[in-house]
Design a protein around this ligand. Structure first.
Ligand code: ADP
Ligand code: MG
Length: 615
């Protein structure tokens, strides 16, 4: 079969899973089919995503670097995830909040200044990854070279690429990037359900993300994401810190708000109290500083009242995400909590109220993404059985569109399972049937691709050409079975077919198909342009033909009718020429000649003729 399976050479490989977070990062692995996080030398599994360069030129990462945020703020970098894969232009005001120096060479690439050295964001992330890699190597006693890394679902290509780059710089082969919400769902084994809608609510240190996923046949599809890039536990810390500073000022008659060390210690104190309040009804904020002592009780009740506005700010993005995904709370089958801040009871309550379902809390919310990454790694390495292998579609899959052309729906080398949806429209007025012709291959023309299946979607509401909306959905499941479904979005009528695309193809044949497409690429491109021009010509010829039966046509002055006739003839003469520019110029002529006619007829067919790719 034309898929690329990993050869385990008898033994399974070790692939780790990594949650590269804004605030904290973790590494995990599969220990006899059970995911486990790996702590560092300090016993802490959470490695703060902070990098500092000491004055003696030594790089420190994690808890040690976090201390340096206060002692050495201009040589310490945090929240670098916010800068990954972004240009100086994109980050705008965001960078002004950072105390460390940010420069840009040649205007584009962000560089972070650490002492006399400068680093790109992926290089800083690589230092965090290297620390995680070392922790894992020390714990497992073997070299680690392959990883799965998680990224936010909303990360774009550049941000994903930057994450991969970070892995490569750290000496890790990043076999796959997995969306954080998907990883969380995997950690809970939700992929074992047949299907369902999953909401993943992730409130971390500095960011809030809500994702609505749809599960079908073991594939998670991200239906919608929303969130707030500046909302999280940090806001709670800042709120409590401000209150404590005011308290101290009134008790001691001294303003500590400019004293870095005092602030750092008070910040630790409020964070400790905040963490305790997740399990206890009350806690104390305590500070001993310069021989004086501050101690204040904070009850859960007061705490809840203080943070209510922060918690409430997460609700609107949730509603928007549900609206975007087109689901109501009742339709959500599972809710998963992610991020350290979801330990807060008030947060859990708010989530439960909103989604009207009890959220999953069985796993540590700040570890769940890393655990899911390990599950995915286990799937790839074959430790987790009866699951997906790293398979890709060896050839593109698509459908036939007007003019004998192939429109690709799933591109070659997509990892499977995979799914994609495209919308098409009809080519002819009153068309009630469409033929869906499923093809495989890299070439542009139907005749050069391999035909896999054909089926009819019948009973479409008759409408002018270009008005029908037909959704074609391709889904390749974990076993490489392709399901193609076509649906008329107006009537909801649906028709589908199942095929095994790789059936009967040897690896050699796949390879030669790919090679051929590269050789013929230029030729194919030309052919596609010619055919597209002809499709356009067909449309306008048909529209004009129809218009000529209209009274408005006969009302035109003679010379205008003659001009139309001339333009029509010219287009028909060049129609079969192998020159798309020529065809297009005649189309333009005809368009101009019929402008008046179209206007008087209010004939929308001409204007609408070119909307949408026609089946
Ligand atoms: P990120 O995904 O942004 O890297 P995390 O998921 O690790 O962040 O969440 C970090 C946040 O969780 C911090 O603000 C931290 O104070 C908070 N947090 C961790 N444990 C608790 C707890 N027990 N109660 C309340 N907040 C907590
Ligand atoms: Mg996180």
């Amino acid at each position: 079969m034309g898929t690329f399976q990993i050869d385990f050479g008898g033994a399974t490989r070790r692939i780790v899973g990594i949650d590269l977070g804004t605030t904290n990062s973790l590494i995990a692995y599969m220990s006899r089919a059970v995911p486990q996080v790996i702590p560092g030398a300090d016993g802490d599994a959470l490695v703060p995503s902070v990098v500092s360069l000491t004055t003696s030129g030594e790089v420190v990462v994690g808890n040690a670097a976090r201390e340096a945020l206060v002692t050495n703020p201009d040589r310490t970098i945090y929240s670098v995830k916010r800068l990954m894969g972004r240009g100086v232009e994109d980050v705008g005001d965001e960078v002004k909040l950072f105390p460390f120096r940010i420069s840009s060479d040649r205007g584009e690439v962000i560089r972070l200044q650490l002492g006399d050295r400068s680093f790109t964001p992926p290089e800083i992330s690589a230092l965090v990854l290297r620390q995680l890699k070392q922790n894992a190597e020390a714990a497992l006693g073997e070299e680690i070279t392959e990883a799965v890394i998680t990224v936010p679902a909303y990360f774009n290509d550049a941000q994903r690429q930057a994450t991969k780059d970070a892995g490569r710089i750290a000496g890790l082969d990043v076999l796959r990037l997995v969306n954080e919400p998907t990883a969380a769902a995997l950690a809970y084994g939700l992929d074992k359900r047949k299907e369902g809608i999953v909401a993943v609510y992730d409130l971390g240190g500095g960011t809030f993300d809500i994702s609505i996923l749809r599960l079908h046949d073991g594939i998670f599809e991200v239906l919608a994401t929303h969130g707030d890039t500046h909302l999280g536990g940090d806001d709670i810390d800042n709120l409590l810190l401000r209150i404590a500073l005011e308290d101290v000022a009134s008790e001691w008659g001294e303003d500590l708000s400019e004293n870095n060390e005092a602030i750092q210690r008070l910040r630790r104190a409020v964070i400790d109290a905040k963490h305790q309040l997740s399990t206890l009804p009350s806690a104390h904020i305590e500070l001993e500083f310069l021989g004086r002592r501050y101690r204040r009780e904070l009850t859960r009740e007061l705490f809840d009242r203080l943070i209510t506005p922060i918690v409430d700010k997460t609700l609107q993005p949730c509603r928007l995400a549900m609206a975007d995904a087109g689901v109501t709370p009742e339709q959500i089958d599972e809710v998963v909590l992610v991020g350290g801040s979801t330990r807060i009871p008030l947060v859990r309550l708010a989530v439960e109220r909103l989604f009207r379902a009890r959220p999953h809390t069985e796993l540590d919310p700040d570890k769940v993404v890393a655990l899911g990454a390990a599950v995915q790694a286990g799937i790839l390495s074959g430790v987790v059985e009866d699951q997906l292998l790293l398979d890709v579609t060896p050839l593109s899959l698509g459908i036939e569109t007007m003019g004998g052309l192939v429109t690709k729906v799933i591109h070659r080398n997509s990892t499977i399972p995979a799914s994609a949806t495209e919308q098409f429209t009809t080519a002819v007025d009153g068309q009630t049937n469409v033929l869906i012709h499923v093809l495989q291959g890299e070439r542009e023309l139907v005749k050069d691709c391999r035909s896999l299946a054909r089926f009819d979607l019948k009973g479409i509401d008759p409408m002018p050409a270009g008005f029908a909306r037909i959704e074609v959905r391709f889904l390749i499941d974990a076993n490489g079975i392709l399901n193609v479904a076509a649906r008329d979005l107006r009537t909801g009528k649906e028709q589908s077919v199942e095929v095994k695309p790789s059936y009967g193809l040897t690896d050699d044949q796949v390879e030669s198909m790919i090679l051929e497409s590269i050789e013929k690429a230029e030729d194919d491109f030309h052919q596609r342009q010619v055919r597209e021009a002809r499709v356009e010509a067909d449309t306008i010829l048909a529209a004009v033909e129809k218009a000529r039966q209209n009274d408005a046509y006969f009302a035109l002055p003679d010379e205008e009718r003659e001009a139309i006739q001339r333009a029509l003839n010219e287009l028909m003469v060049v129609y079969h020429a192998d020159d798309h520019l020529l065809i297009r110029s005649k189309i333009d002529h005809l368009n101009q000649a019929t402008m008046n006619l179209a206007e008087t007829m209010m004939n929308t067919a001409v204007g609408n003729a070119l909307r949408g790719t026609k089946i």
